[in-house]
Design a binder for this molecule. Structure first.
Ligand SMILES: *Cc1c(COP(=O)(O)O)cnc(C)c1O
Length: 398
């Protein structure tokens, strides 16, 4: 035995110090008020260009009223997991509404998208299976994929030729996203559906950022690209982004849903989402289906921002969605720019590795139908002209 000091099994302090050193330490900021595309933090009001509340529904009076009425009727909490007594008429109605909206046979509700993704992969994939994932898929998908006994193969972002080379017939599941969360671009779903059908593999879409925003009635990326819902075996979406509430769902065949009810451990062993929340989400979908006006307004804001930012010399990602990545490169430079914007009353998040690849730190600017055209102009004014091209050094569209 040496006489060195025993520090315990976990080097938490070291890990934190390392992150701080690399300008990667994360801190939270409590928000006091959030409403109408604005937030109040520390007594000051900011234009909020960081939220995923793309249609400005998070504080919609009708959704808040539906939530409150749900509480009066069902109570604050579900009280149990869905297979015990946590599954209510409100949950069932939301499942039916979703199935009708998206054109799938059946739907199952989850507390959040992170657990919905993990539940699906874990329930389906055994060691005899293969899992193909776009390398920019969400952390919940990547992480579960790497922990499962199946073999995971990651293909280059939206690289269909690479995917085709990796595919083996009848072996497993291909997973990609509708709208990529950090880049705002879309996956090519017609090509994905063709590859899946030709190889006899299943296909899963995570449409967390497309749902509500894209396609007729806001039905999402598949509808926007004209891909029939039946060509995709597993549909996953969340309620915490454009729908303005919280929670998630998985949709597909009745058989898939029956299977998940029996084998998805994140579903079976977790208290169900409050019924009142299901009431709020049902109301939100009702509004989203007829929100063409808000979606058109959002498209105009996106174009206004793109034109303005490019005219000022900034490099944007190849995105036409409300997620507009402004590429900076180094983490410290991204943090500095975010700070400068805050000084000018604009709240934007710097996104750094490991959330995005090294050297592609960015400001992830998200627009919302709650914003007005003059809000976009305020953002552009706060950004000012891109100071020098080496600010953008190393930046590229991933
Ligand atoms: C936000 C997000 C999730 C997780 O959903 P939560 O309901 O927030 O847990 C999953 N996938 C993608 C692509 C997301 O952006």
């Amino acid at each position: 035995m040496t006489s060195s000091v025993v520090t315990g099994p976990f080097a938490l302090g070291e890990a934190l110090a390392e992150r701080e050193q690399a300008a990667l330490l994360r801190r939270r900021t409590p928000v006091d008020v959030a409403s109408g595309g604005r937030i109040r933090v520390g007594g000051r009001d900011y234009l909020n260009l960081s939220a995923n509340d793309y249609l400005g529904l998070a504080d919609h009076p009708a959704i808040k009223a539906a939530f409150k009425e749900g509480i009066d009727r069902y109570g604050a909490g579900a009280g149990a997991s869905p297979l015990v007594t946590g599954y209510s008429r409100a949950h069932q109605q939301l499942e039916e509404t979703l199935a009708d909206w998206l054109g799938v046979e059946a739907v199952l509700l989850f507390n959040c998208g992170f657990s919905a993704n993990q539940a699906v992969l874990k329930a389906l994939l055994g060691k005899e299976h293969l899992l193909w994932q776009d390398k920019l898929n969400h952390a919940s998908l990547q992480e579960m994929g790497s922990q499962l006994p199946c073999k995971m193969k990651r293909f280059g972002h939206n690289d269909m030729a690479a995917l085709e080379r990796l595919l083996e017939p009848n072996r497993g599941l291909i997973v990609s996203e509708g709208v990529f969360s950090m880049d705002g671009d879309l996956a090519p779903w017609t090509a994905l559906a063709t590859l899946a059908a030709r190889s006899g593999n299943w296909l899963m879409i995570d449409d967390a950022h497309g749902l509500g925003v894209l396609g007729p009635q806001g039905r999402g990326t598949l509808a926007a690209q004209g891909v029939a819902p039946a060509r995709v075996h597993i549909h996953m979406g969340t309620f915490g982004k454009a729908l303005g509430v919280a929670g998630a769902f998985v949709g597909g065949s009745r058989e898939l849903v029956d299977y998940l009810v029996n084998f998805a451990r994140h579903y079976v062993y977790s208290t169900h989402m409050p019924a009142a929340q299901a009431c709020a989400v049902s109301k939100s979908i009702e509004l989203v289906r007829v929100a063409d006006e808000a979606r058109a307004h959002l498209v105009r804001l996106i174009a206004r921002f793109q034109q303005g930012a490019q005219a000022q010399g900034w490099t944007l990602g190849a995105s036409n969605t409300p997620i507009q990545p402004l590429l900076v490169g180094e983490s410290a430079a991204a943090l500095q720019l975010a700070e400068r914007l805050r000084d000018r009353g604009v709240w934007v998040s710097a996104i750094r590795p490991p959330t995005v690849p090294v050297g592609t730190a960015r400001l992830r600017i998200t627009l919302s139908a709650a914003h007005r055209e003059q809000d976009v102009d305020s953002l552009l004014e706060a950004l000012g002209p891109c100071p020098s091209s080496d600010q953008r050094g190393g930046a590229h569209v991933a």
